[in-house]
Every structure is written in C-alpha cells, then in structure tokens.
Unconditional design. Structure first.
Lengths: 478, 261
C-alpha cells in the first residue's frame, strides 16, 4: 500500500460521494477509500445545551434518520436522569423505531436500489431511476410507496406532525397514544404485510439474477455487531449487544452498550470527517482496518437466531437455505432489509395488541442523577450510540456519537476495493465501474445526503490513483 | 366593575377611521379597542410601559418623527397612521436586527411554534436577514444559565424586552432581574450578576418565564418546540388585584386560576 491520496480538495463537492481507488505497481487496485465529508462539528452544536434539548437537536442536525437520533438521545437522557421511561413510553418508542425501519428500508430498497436491481446496472442512466421503474414495474413501485407511507404513519402516531414537541423526549414521550391512532395503524397493517411478503419473494428472484454480484459485492468474513435478545431473538431497540465472528461464533454476548468504549476504538481518519470505529480486540499490527465489523440489517440477521415472528422467520430460513447460516456478502444487505420490513410489521402487529401501549403515563420527570449517560438503539442502518456528559445543572459538556455509517466504513472500503478489483481492467474509469461502485455503496445504505438522492444517480467523484500518487483518471457524476 | 367617573373622550382618526378615544389612554390601547393591529414586543398589558423595542411606532399628523404607540397618549383631533410603507419597512428592520443579534434558530429552540419574535417575523414578512449575523449559527455567545432548579435562561435568545424585569419587580415584588450595561452589550442579569440559582431574592414563582416572548426563559426539561408561555397571566393578575377579585366569595371560589378559567 502506498500513501493515501485524497482527491484534490477543489474537487470535494458537498453532497457527493468521494471515492479514491489506489493502484499498486502492477496496476491492480490495492485499496479503496470512501471519504465521508459530512457530520462536521456535531459535538460543537451540542455542547452547552440543556439535556432536554438534545433529542430534537441531534435529530434536526443529522436529518437523514431523525427518529433514530431521537431514540438514542432520549435513552442517553434517561440514563442521565437515572430513571426508566414509563412502560407505555417504551412501547411507543419501540413502535416508532419499527416504523422508521419500515420506511427507511422501503426507501432504500424501492427508491434507491430497485432501479439498479430490477432494470439492471447497465441500463440507460436516463431511465435508471424510480421514474423509469415506475414505467417498467408500476406494481412494485406502488408497493414501495405504500410501505413507506405506512412506516411514516407509524412514526407520526408517536412523534406527531404536531408543532408541540417532538413526541420522543428525555424521560419518555410527550403524549399518550389514543385508541383511534392505534386502530388507524391496525387498519393499514394487512396491506403493508401483503406488500412486504411480495417483496421478500421478489428479493429471492434477485439472488439468481445477481449471483455474480453476491460473490463480488463485499463477500468476506467479518465481525457483526447488533442488539440481540439474550435468547437470540432479533432486537431493534432495547437490551444488550451481541457480537459474532464470520463463522457465527459468539464473540461477546449480553454486552451493555454503555460500555462500548471498552470494546470499540475510534480512529480519526485524515480524509474523513467521520471517526472510524473498530473492534479493539481484533486489531493486529496496530492497523484499525483489521478491526473491521459490520452493523445494520445484515449484522442483525446474522447475529440473531430468529426474528420471533412466523412470516419473517420463514423468509429467514429460506435465505439461510440458500446462503448458509451467515450471510457474508454485503449484497445481501438488500435481502436483510426486506426481511426486516416484514419482521417489523409483524412486531408492530404485536405491539398494537399490547394494552400497555395506550397507558396514559408516558413521561418520567427527574433532575439529572448521573453525570454521564449512553443511549443505544438499532437505527435502520445499524447500531447508534449517543454518549453524553452533563454538568451539575444538566447542561451538556461532552458528546460522542457513534453512527452506523461510520462503523460500516471499513467494510465499505473493502467492498469498493473488491468491486474495483473485479471490474477495473485498465487505467480508465468506465460507466460500468462507476455503476457498480455506486451499487456497492448503496448496499450499505449510508446515511449521507448524497446517498439518499432519490431521483436518479448518486452524485460521485471517483479518482484512480497510481502508486506515485498521480491521478490517472477521475470521473465526476451528478 | 368598581364604580368610576366616566372619563372624557376626544375624537381621533386612526388609519382613516374616526373614533372616540378616552382622554389619556395611549394610542396602543385605543388601537386595540377599535381593532387596529399594531405590533408590539416589549409592551405587556399589566406592566409599566418600557418603550424599548420600538416596534409599535406610528405616524402622528404626518410628522416624520415617529411616535411609540405604547407610550404616547392620545389628544384631540390627532391623526394616527399605523400601516404606511415606511412603518412596515421600519418594523421589518427592527425584527431583522433582533434576529441578527442573537441565536434565534427556530428549528432547535424550545419555544418554536410559540414565540412572539417568530410570529412577528411571520406577520411582518421577514424572510431574510440583511445584516451580518452577530453569532455563528448554533454556537453560543454566552453559556446557558441552568443553575436554577426549575428554569433555564438562554441569553442568546433574549431580546432585552425587560418584561421579566418588570413582572418580577412590579407584580411579584422580588426584583431579581435587571438589564445591565448598554446597547449591544446589554444583558439580563440576576441580582448582582449571579447565577440564577444563587439569587436569594428569587421566589421561584415563574412569572418571568411565563411572560418571556422568546425561548430565553423556559421551564427546565422542556424539549425543543415544547415550551409554552402565558403572558396574559399578567393582565389577569393586574385586573384581579385592581378589582380585588379573589375577595369576591360570591364567585364561589378562592383560587385565582379557577376565577380565571
Ligand atoms: S429573558 Fe425574555 S422576558 Fe426577559 S428580557 Fe429577555 S426576552 Fe425579555
Ligand atoms: S411595544 Fe412600544 S416600544 Fe416596545
């Protein structure tokens, strides 16, 4: 490996994915880097603010998955108060998270990835978007829109469109859920479940069509980290973490997320604003890249033994029949997402039947009783940690956020490298290479504004760097 | 109502409308009575007149020197205009300056959706700040004072309207607050500039929080967008004291809040 060369700062365009491919002396791709230039100064915004402002402040500032930040932040706040949120509030929060998983995964699969997956990665870029897909496969697009809308309805039932507060707050939630709201969510559930089942079926068809991509797009052993119930059931919001290795052996189990610093290191990267977390114990030769682990849908379905719901468990069993107990290709993030949509809907159904959900005691009030608190939750993209310290009056003095996209960065680099190795055959960056790199990144659904451009291609800058650090080729797109 | 001599009236023209004003009342009180809307910020019914924000300016008899509606008594045959192009421009400029001066990021403010500054910007069509911002967005100029067990003061959101100062001195009788220094440096201080939680004269009544027009004073534990003020409480208290409402047992209640509702 030679020096890391960043694409010249002048070509750094906000809202673009920036990728550099580094060639060795033989002209082979030795390494790849995905540069994250967002998330600047987050800690600065938060320092000095009263604790109660943190959930909405972090949700507003990091707007791609606001519900996830509301949840992790409120949990960190609860930890500082030293009181648990009332049972109804905990159920409402779980409901909101399930809604967020449904809507976020539906956006990722249908709006962002389906054009590639269903129209083909070499289809005409002018029509390789959700509009082109609407022409070719209107029924599928309608399903995606319906699932997304349902997820949003679930979120809104908890967080509201109301100006008055943001639903999810330190100590619980702002308002009880009404029986009307619950009945409204029940009414849409059957249609959403049917759409999710059809989508699981559709995703199995893709396994044959993209057999090559399953091999090339990030198929490597790694650690996987996710929340998981002690009995091995899929978990998305509460409890403890489980980490498994590439063979499925448990590395740690029932690990308290508040102690994340004991196991995760955070490397500052010169060419990225995002700190890169790594699994400390796995690091060899002082190279953080050896501590790579994956989070998110793929990690969750690998870490868990079952979803605990019949339809999703049938789908999970079928996937394991095809790819084995551990789904090791990052291409399978898509399948994990689709299965999680189905599982989330089944879990929503169970929550809606729980009478505690409507209980009117939804908020605990207390002064800060601890100086530090960590809140963790499974964001759609992976485990999210909020870690705050406060002064004696509850004003925030230090903030550390560990976000899913940062945790997946090492795996994304590796995935882009593998793709580049397979498709880069000369000193030139072709459309085919760019399309596949883009699809490789999309598999992780990174939470960057560039990646969530719904209407067409991801804006990208890709540089090909030779061993002397010279840029051999550079392509801008979008 | 306690019996009083009816006060003499004088004819006044306001925005072309001929009305009878009560002698000695202010232009603002007349305008409100006859349904003419004049924007205000520092004025609050039930408190003394401060005349600090200058949003209530009006034109009198075409004079280029504008008058404060909240502080100017009416006189016979006065001709008031409240809504000229110049006045609208003037108000917009004041509102813009208030925004430029502090950290008024509505989306991350506890009072979002219930802020008089935000409302003023909306009703006066301020959608752009033409001045250099006196702060870096989201970075505090002054640390938040959260030392009081129940309330929080964020001076970066304070518009120095002095409502809190007056309500504390005039209604609660505690006089905890003062505006120290002048002009751009002026800042709200508790007692001799001590942390609020150490101000021994504070009775923790919370009236200052209720009258604050922005998110500067808030209840501790308020999430963003959750804070709700209640400035009308002052007019209610003033009236109730004047009329000795709580002594009226025939109202069937001893509690002020019940009388009020
Ligand atoms: S704290 Fe509120 S009420 Fe007091 S001067 Fe500032 S803006 Fe006015
Ligand atoms: S309302 Fe008259 S000067 Fe403020």
């Amino acid at each position: 490996m030679h020096d890391i060369h960043v694409i010249d700062p002048v070509t750094r365009i906000e809202g673009h994915a920036k990728i550099t491919l580094h060639l060795d002396d033989q002209g082979e791709v030795a390494d790849a880097r995905f540069h994250v230039t967002e998330f600047r100064g987050f800690e600065e915004f938060c320092r000095g603010r009263p604790l109660a402002e943190m959930p909405a402040l972090t949700a507003r500032t990091c707007g791609i998955c606001p519900v996830s930040h509301l949840l992790a932040s409120a949990k960190a706040g609860d930890a500082i108060l030293g009181v648990p949120a009332p049972p109804a509030a905990q159920r409402q929060r779980r409901l909101a998270n399930l809604g967020q998983i449904v809507q976020s995964h539906a956006l990722s699969f249908f709006h962002l990835s389906a054009p590639d997956l269903l129209l083909g990665m070499d289809a005409d870029p002018a029509t390789r978007d959700v509009f082109g897909l609407m022409q070719a496969e209107p029924e599928i697009v309608r399903r995606g829109i319906g699932l997304r809308r349902y997820g949003q309805e679930v979120i809104e039932a908890v967080t509201g469109r109301r100006i008055h507060g943001h639903g999810i707050v330190v100590g619980g939630v702002t308002d009880p859920l009404t029986s009307d709201q619950r009945d409204g969510l029940r009414a849409g559930l059957d249609e959403a479940l049917a759409a999710a089942e059809a989508t699981v079926e559709l995703s199995f068809g893709l396994l044959d069509r993209f057999a090559a991509e399953v091999e090339i797009f990030g198929r490597f052993p790694s650690l996987y980290l996710a929340h998981c119930a002690p009995d091995g059931t899929w978990e998305h919001h509460d409890g403890t973490l489980r980490v498994i290795d590439g063979d499925g052996a448990i590395v740690v189990d029932q690990f308290d997320p508040a102690a994340y610093r004991d196991v995760l290191g955070e490397a500052a990267s010169p060419d990225s604003y995002l700190k890169v977390p790594y699994w400390k114990e796995a690091v060899s030769d002082g190279d953080p890249a050896t501590g790579m682990y994956r989070v998110g849908p793929l990690a969750r379905i690998n870490v868990a033994e079952r979803f605990g719901t019949p339809l999703a468990d049938a789908g999970l069993a079928a996937l394991r029949d095809r790819v084995g107990r551990i789904a090791s290709s990052s291409f399978l993030y898509h399948h994990a997402r689709v299965l999680e949509v189905l599982a989330s809907l089944e879990h929503i159904a169970m929550l809606l039947d729980d009478p505690v959900l409507l209980d009117e005691h939804v908020r605990a009030h207390a002064a800060p009783n601890r100086r530090r608190g960590v809140g963790a939750s499974e964001a759609p993209r992976g485990t999210l940690f909020h870690d705050y310290e406060v002064d004696a009056h509850g004003v925030v003095t230090a903030v550390n956020l560990v976000i899913a996209t940062g945790q997946n960065e090492l795996a994304m680099n590796r995935t882009i490298r593998d793709i580049a190795r397979a498709y880069v055959t000369g000193p030139e960056l072709t459309d085919g290479i760019l399309n596949r790199i883009e699809a490789g990144i999309r598999a992780y659904d990174p939470c960057l504004s560039c990646s969530t451009h719904a209407l067409g291609q991801m804006p990208m800058v890709v540089g090909l760097i030779d061993p002397r650090g010279e840029t051999v080729d550079e392509r801008h797109r979008g | 109502m306690s019996p009083r001599e009816p006060r003499p009236t004088v004819p006044v023209t306001i925005d072309g409308q001929e009305v009878m004003a009560v002698e000695d009342e202010t232009i603002l009180s007349l305008a409100r009575r006859v349904g003419v809307d004049i924007p205000t910020l520092c004025y609050l019914e039930g408190l003394s007149v401060y005349g600090g924000c200058r949003l209530c300016v009006v034109e009198v008899n075409g004079d280029a020197r504008l008058k404060l509606a909240c502080a100017t008594p009416v006189w016979a045959d006065m001709e008031v205009r409240t809504d000229t192009w110049d006045l609208r421009e003037h108000r917009r400029r004041i509102i813009e300056l208030l925004f430029a001066e502090g950290s008024h990021i509505c989306a991350t403010c506890v009072s979002n959706g219930a802020c008089e500054l935000q409302d003023l910007a909306a009703t006066n069509r301020v959608d752009h700040i033409h001045y250099d911002l006196g702060f870096a967005p989201n970075l505090p100029l002054e640390p938040v004072d959260a030392s009081h067990p129940r309330y929080v003061l964020d001076r970066d959101r304070c518009v120095r309207c002095s409502r809190c100062v007056r309500v504390c001195a005039e209604v609660e009788g505690a006089a905890v607050w003062e505006i120290a220094e002048r002009g751009g440096n002026s800042r709200l201080v508790a007692e001799m500039d001590v942390p609020w939680g150490e101000a021994s004269s504070c009775t923790s009544c919370g009236k200052c929080v209720l009258v604050c027009p922005t998110g500067a004073l808030s209840f501790k534990g308020s999430a963003i967008g959750e804070m709700r003020h209640d400035p009308e409480v002052v007019a209610f208290l003033a009236r109730a004291r004047e009329e000795e409402e709580w002594l009226d047992r025939s109202a069937g209640s001893g509690s002020a809040s019940e009388v009020r509702s």
